[in-house]
Design a protein around this ligand. Structure first.
Ligand code: GLN
Length: 245
């Protein structure tokens, strides 16, 4: 299962953030510690979005994070105070193409899904039917994550982002039980995340916040997020509330 992170804080190098710590997101590519529900490495690509003038710039590829010289150069030269990044282990039956990699972006938003929807694609048929046909035809990739993103994106203009993720997770959790639905969404100013049968930890300091599938070091300030939670975070602040199964 993929690993992801979101960072808000003082501007830093995007490449340095992905390589930060003895258990960096990069090293979670080849040696994740807490993969639940299958997969041993995250070799099917990776991606990062960083905010410039209020909108995300994105890099993503189907190459593994440890074998991408060009990507390393791009990310090493990018600096931002807001980053969302992910490494991917494709769910069996889903394509290994760069467009299936998070971050999924639109306007000022970027999104990642760590997990899998059971019974895909049939279990999401009702959700897909509620979308405008153009949104279905323009999915980034034929994957559960891309369809979840299309559903989120369709509501972000009008609804509170935390409500959007909470309602989506509850509804997919009901129609496709045993799905793993760790979602991560940010507009570069706030982070909203869910835990639903997957790991997540938070590190908050006075001027920064990191929300990550796995802590990148042994700093005792990392806090594990309980399963079935909704997280909202900004630099210096994090709130965790229970999400009913
Ligand atoms: N199911 C998604 C995909 O295949 C996410 C994979 C994951 O979290 N391992 O892209």
């Amino acid at each position: 299962m993929c690993r992801h992170l979101a960072y808000l804080g003082p501007p830093c190098s995007v490449g340095e953030l992905l390589a930060r710590g003895p258990h960096s997101l990069q090293s979670q590519g080849w040696a994740p510690r807490d993969m639940r529900g299958g997969g041993t490495v995250n070799a099917d690509g990776y991606g990062a979005a960083w905010w410039v003038d209020g909108a995300p710039v994105r890099y993503r590829t189907a190459r593994p994070v440890w074998n991408d010289e060009a990507g390393a150069a791009v990310l090493g030269s990018a600096r931002s105070g807001a980053v969302l990044a992910a490494v991917r282990s494709a769910t069996v039956g889903m394509p290994v193409v760069h467009t299936a990699n998070a971050p999924f972006t639109d306007g000022r938003w970027a999104f990642s899904h760590n997990g899998t929807v059971r019974g895909w694609p049939g279990s999401l048929a009702r959700l897909a039917a509620e979308l405008p046909i153009t949104d279905v035809l323009t999915l980034d990739a034929p994957t559960d994550s891309a369809l979840l993103w299309a559903t989120v994106r369709a509501r972000l203009d009008s609804d509170d982002p935390a409500d959007v993720l909470a309602e989506l997770v509850r509804s997919v959790g009901a129609s496709a039980p045993e799905s793993r639905l760790n979602l991560l969404l940010t507009d570069g100013e706030q982070v909203v995340a869910t835990t639903w049968y997957h790991s997540l930890s938070v590190l908050v300091t006075e001027d920064a916040v990191l929300v990550a599938s796995e802590p990148h070091d042994d700093d005792p300030a990392w806090r594990p997020v309980p399963d079935h939670s909704l997280v909202t975070a900004r630099p210096g602040h994090v709130a965790v509330t229970p999400l009913d199964p």
